[in-house]
Design a protein around this ligand. Structure first.
Ligand SMILES: [Zn+2]
Length: 66
């Protein structure tokens, strides 16, 4: 069972380093793992404060049962 959250579910207009729509997906075994990874991505790639988005990220985490 994998938990994941898509960057473009949080930042719909986000662009990656190449100026294309960001397709980054953070995956992990727990909500905490996913949150930590996505926070690092948002901080470093999008230069935003992920602490402000914590609740948003948690609410957007989905579980893949496949
Ligand atoms: Zn992104």
């Amino acid at each position: 069972m994998v938990k994941f959250v898509r960057c473009n579910a949080l930042l719909s207009l986000a662009q990656d380093a190449n100026g294309k729509g960001c397709r980054y997906v953070s995956k992990g075994a727990s909500d905490d793992d996913v949150l930590k990874e996505m926070s690092g991505h948002i901080n470093s790639v999008h230069k935003l404060d992920a602490n402000d988005m914590k609740l948003n990220i948690m609410a957007s985490i989905k579980t893949n049962n496949g």
